[in-house]
Design a protein around this ligand. Structure first.
Ligand code: ACM
Length: 550
C-alpha cells in the first residue's frame, strides 16, 4: 500500500511538473490556481457552443498546427467533457474583451462576454501551453476572470521609412493580437515613400513609392547606399491585411499624413506643393543618389519644408485619396497626421498669405487648423472621425478630433480638458525606436527607453479630474522605422517592450508589480524563442545593467 501511495505521489508530481508554469502577460484581473491538469492531445475536440466563434477556433487550431504539428476537430456541438469548449458567458461587469477561462481535469471552457472576449481567452490558453513541441499538451487547472483596463490598446507601424511586405505585416498583426492589443495604426505615407495604391493617382506608387537611395548611418549619414528602395500595398493586399486583422479582433487605423511629411506625394504630383517648379531640397550633409532635379522622394530622415499647399487642387486630391481609403478600412477613426509641418513654404507663398487674410486666420498655425478642419468636415460627412498628432491643437482643435499625445502628455491633457478623445503615446514611454540599453549593437534613432520604464507608464495623468480622465481611451506604442530595415531588428526593438505596454493597457492598475512582471518575463522569453520572435535580452543581461549604472 505504501509503495502504491509513493508511486501515486510521484506520478502526481511528474504530471504536475509537465504543466507549463502559470506566467501570463498581461496579468489577468483574477487568477486562481486549481489542482491537477488537463491534457490536450490530437484526440481532443474544439466544441463551438456559441455562434461567431469560428475565428477563435481557427486561430487556436492554426497555433496547434504551427507549433505542435497537429490539428483538432472543430465541432458545432459535442461533449463539453474532455474537450476545449468555446462559448459565451454572462459577466458580472460586462465589457468587450472580458472572458472567463476554466481549466480542470475535465477540460477547458472559455466564455467570452463577446466574441472578442473568447478570442482573448484563447490567447491566455495559448500562454498556458508548453513551449516545446509535444502531442500531449498539459495545461494546469486554473480559474481566470479577466477583462481589459483600456478600450484602446495600440501599436503603430511606420511602413513609410522602411517597407514591410504583407506577409510580415500579418505576423506583426499577430504580435498585436497575442498581446491582447486591439489597434494597429498603419503609417502609410511619408517623405521617404507612399505605400498604398491609389487608382486615381497612379504616380503616387509608380513614383512616390520609391527612392533612389538611402543614407548610410545616422542622419545626415556617412554616405548613400545608391540603391533604389521601395514598395507599396495594392488595394487587394490591403483588403487581405484588414481581414486578417479583423479575424484577430484588431482594427487597422490608416494614417494619411497631411499637411507635412508629404515629399513622396509631391514627387509624384508637384502641383501639391506651394512651389511646384522648385527642386526638392535636402540637408547639405546628406549624400544624394541620382537626380537632384525636380521633385524627389527623400533619401534621409527628418522634417522637410515642402508640404501640401492648401489649394483646391490639394483638397480635391486628398478627398479623392480618402474616397479610395475609406472603403478599404472600416475603422471609425482615420489618422490624418498633422505633426511636424514646417510653415516656411506657407510663409513665402503669396497664395497662402492671401488665404490667411481671406479666411480671417491668425497666422500659419491658423492655416494648418483650417486645413485639418476642412479635412475633418469631409471625413465626418463620410461617417468617420479624425485622429491627429498633438500639433493639431495648435491654431485651434477641429471640433470632433481625437488627439494622439506624443510630445509628452501636455497635448493629451489639454485635449481631454477640451472634452476631446485622447490616446497617450508620449515619447518617453511609448517610442519603441529608442535604444533599450546604453550600448546597442546596431543603430537606433537615439533616446533611451528600457522595458522597466515602459512598464512604469500610467496612461491616466494626475492632472485630469475624474470627469476628464474618461476622455483618455488608452495608449499606443509607436514603431518608427528610420533605423529598422528588417524583421529581426523590428522584433528586437519591439520585444519585450510590447509585453510591458500590453500589461499597462490590460491589467488592473492595482496589480502592477515589476518584480512579478520580470519573473513572468522569463517565461515570455521562452515563448518568444518558441515562436521564433527575436527580442532584446537587455533586461536580464548583467553587462547591459552595468552600463546603465555608468
Ligand atoms: C511623431 O513622432 N512625429 C508623431
Amino acid at each position: 500500500m505504501k509503495k502504491i501511495l509513493i508511486a501515486f505521489c510521484l506520478a502526481l508530481v511528474f504530471t504536475q511538473n509537465q504543466a507549463q508554469e502559470v506566467a501570463l502577460i498581461p496579468q489577468p484581473e483574477k487568477l486562481t490556481l486549481g489542482t491537477g491538469n488537463f491534457s490536450i492531445s490530437p484526440k481532443t475536440k474544439i466544441v463551438l457552443a456559441g455562434s461567431g466563434l469560428e475565428q477563435s477556433a481557427k486561430f487556436l487550431n492554426d497555433y496547434f498546427q504551427t507549433f505542435f504539428g497537429f490539428k483538432l476537430a472543430i465541432q458545432k456541438s459535442g461533449d463539453f467533457k474532455n474537450n476545449i469548449v468555446l462559448n459565451y458567458e454572462k459577466m458580472e461587469y460586462p465589457i468587450p474583451g472580458a472572458y472567463n477561462l476554466h481549466i480542470n481535469k475535465e477540460g477547458v471552457h472559455i466564455g467570452g462576454d463577446n466574441a472578442t472576449g473568447t478570442f482573448y481567452g484563447v490567447q491566455t490558453l495559448i500562454q498556458l501551453l508548453p513551449v516545446v513541441k509535444s502531442n500531449n499538451l498539459v495545461v494546469p487547472a486554473v480559474e481566470i476572470e479577466d477583462r481589459p483596463r483600456f478600450g484602446y490598446r495600440g501599436l503603430m507601424l511606420d511602413v513609410g521609412r522602411h517597407f514591410f511586405p504583407l506577409d510580415y505585416v500579418k505576423k506583426f498583426i499577430d504580435f498585436v493580437a497575442m498581446h491582447k492589443m486591439n489597434t494597429m495604426q498603419l503609417h502609410l505615407t511619408e517623405d521617404q515613400g507612399w505605400r498604398i495604391e491609389i487608382k486615381k493617382y497612379p504616380k503616387l506608387t509608380s513614383v512616390g513609392a520609391y527612392r533612389n537611395g538611402t543614407i548610410l548611418g545616422h542622419h545626415p549619414g556617412t554616405g548613400n547606399d545608391n540603391t533604389r528602395y521601395g514598395g507599396f500595398y495594392t488595394q487587394q493586399e490591403i483588403k487581405e491585411m484588414v481581414k486578417y486583422a479583423a479575424d484577430r479582433f484588431v482594427t487597422i487605423i490608416p494614417e494619411i499624413e497631411m499637411p507635412g511629411h508629404a515629399s513622396a506625394a509631391i514627387a509624384a504630383y508637384p502641383q501639391l506643393s506651394c512651389f511646384p517648379d522648385s527642386s526638392t531640397k535636402h540637408p547639405a550633409k546628406v549624400t544624394w543618389a541620382g537626380s537632384e532635379q525636380g521633385k524627389q522622394v527623400q533619401q534621409a530622415w527628418g522634417i522637410y519644408p515642402d508640404v501640401f499647399a492648401p489649394t483646391e487642387y490639394t483638397f480635391q486630391f486628398l478627398q479623392d485619396v480618402l474616397d479610395e481609403i475609406l472603403p478599404l478600412f472600416p475603422s471609425k477613426y482615420i489618422h490624418i497626421g498633422g505633426d511636424e509641418c514646417p510653415k516656411d513654404a506657407w510663409k513665402k507663398s503669396a497664395f497662402c498669405q492671401q488665404l490667411i487674410k481671406d479666411k480671417n486666420l491668425k497666422d500659419e498655425h491658423g492655416l494648418q487648423s483650417y486645413f485639418i478642419q476642412r479635412m475633418e468636415k469631409y471625413l465626418n460627412s463620410k461617417g468617420r472621425q479624425i485622429i491627429g498628432w498633438d500639433e493639431i491643437l495648435e491654431g485651434g482643435l477641429a471640433p470632433n478630433a481625437a488627439v494622439m499625445s506624443w510630445r509628452g502628455e501636455k497635448g493629451g491633457i489639454a485635449a481631454a480638458k477640451e472634452k476631446h478623445q485622447v490616446i497617450m503615446t508620449p515619447t518617453g514611454w511609448a517610442y519603441f525606436d529608442y535604444s533599450q540599453t546604453k550600448k546597442e549593437d546596431s543603430l537606433t534613432i537615439g533616446g533611451y527607453l528600457t522595458v522597466q520604464k515602459v512598464y512604469s507608464y500610467e496612461p491616466l495623468p494626475k492632472e485630469l479630474a475624474a470627469d476628464e480622465v474618461k476622455y483618455v481611451m488608452g495608449a499606443q506604442a509607436n514603431l518608427w522605422t528610420e533605423y529598422i530595415g528588417n524583421p529581426r531588428k523590428l522584433e528586437y526593438m519591439l520585444f519585450p517592450r510590447l509585453s510591458a505596454m500590453s500589461e499597462v493597457l490590460w491589467s488592473p492598475k492595482a496589480s502592477k508589480d515589476w518584480n512579478s512582471f520580470e519573473k513572468r518575463l522569463q517565461t515570455q522569453f521562452k515563448r518568444y524563442d518558441f515562436w521564433n520572435w527575436n527580442h532584446s535580452n537587455a533586461v536580464f543581461d548583467p553587462a547591459a545593467k552595468a552600463v546603465e549604472k555608468l
